[in-house]
Design a binder for this molecule. Sequence first.
Ligand code: HEC
Length: 342
Amino acid sequence: MKIYCVAGALAAAIFFPGGALPAEEQFNLEPASLTQLEKAVRSRGDPARGREIFLDTSDAQCANCHRLQGVGGHAGPALDSILGELDIRQLAEALVAPSRKITEGYDTYTIATTDGKILSGLKLKDSDKEVLLRDGLGKDTVIQKKQIARIEKSPVSLMPARLVSRLSRKDLVDLISFLKNPAAQLKLKGRLSRAWITGPFSRSVSRTEPFEKNPDPAKLAVSSSGKLLQWKLINARADGLIQLAGPAAVKKSSAYILALMQSDRDREAVLWLDHSSALRLLVNSETVYSSRDPAANSRLSIRLRKGWNTILSRVSNPTGNSTLGLRYEPARGLRLTADRQE
Ligand code: HEC
């Protein structure tokens, strides 16, 4: 386990290998600067671009920690209801100076253990025997109470204050206009954030495997060469894409990604596909899409039955880091998930 000082220092060390923007380009909380920002958000804010900034995993990193419309990480509060309560100025303050006002229940705690370690994070659980801390990367650590020498509430938010210093003014204006635009946020909805993966199979996605007839994550997948393979759960990255990973996804092979779609009736639905390499997609065991080239935001109209439908993708993985994004056009009575219980 790593030894952390305070959340801010941790974040600074991990998140900012490069430099910040020059001071004159940085935004501050002076009244004049805030008034300008408000005007700019109203007149020139581009919420669609702001959404990309929100999802960006290296600079703004918002979705690494926050969920919005079900998309994103768990180190910070879900933003759906919070955003409606904050005006542009309050949002700017929350971004520039996260520690000024800390969301209830999201205080950072610093724990010194009896063997000399210092850990910090959100206190998720505090029972008679143990404390559960979640750090800024979303990693949970259980600490036995008897190993705690000291525990303190930190005045520093787990949210790094320097995040916005990495953004240009235009980025900040677009980001805030996205955070104030529920219609633009709704476009996040419908992304598949967890799915089943099995593999590896031969690289060509046009080859078929017997279990395509009835893919079931509860059963072993029997390959045409007689291998028995398990289905494993895989999470999408913060940007909503599933990156092929693990033993199922070795270089120069292909893997299957399985998701389930529930529908309240027989109907048409629309899927949006993002894939970085060849893809064949099957709905209820019928191939309905096949492409040898990468595609971004490719629209696919599909036919669903009432009840549960299987959405099975065979994704080629030439370089070992292929990604697949699946999103459906939100409509009442539709759900895309890995797990029937979810
Ligand atoms: C390392 C995790 C992390 C990252 C990255 C992060 N946040 Fe946060 N954020 C938190 C935590 C934890 C809180 C709750 C504590 C607090 O209020 O400061 C929070 C609080 C907030 C709040 C609520 C403030 C309030 O007044 O209730 C907003 C809004 C917010 N973050 C937006 C963002 C945006 C936008 C980004 C991207 C620029 C971002 N956050 C990046 C962890 C993070």
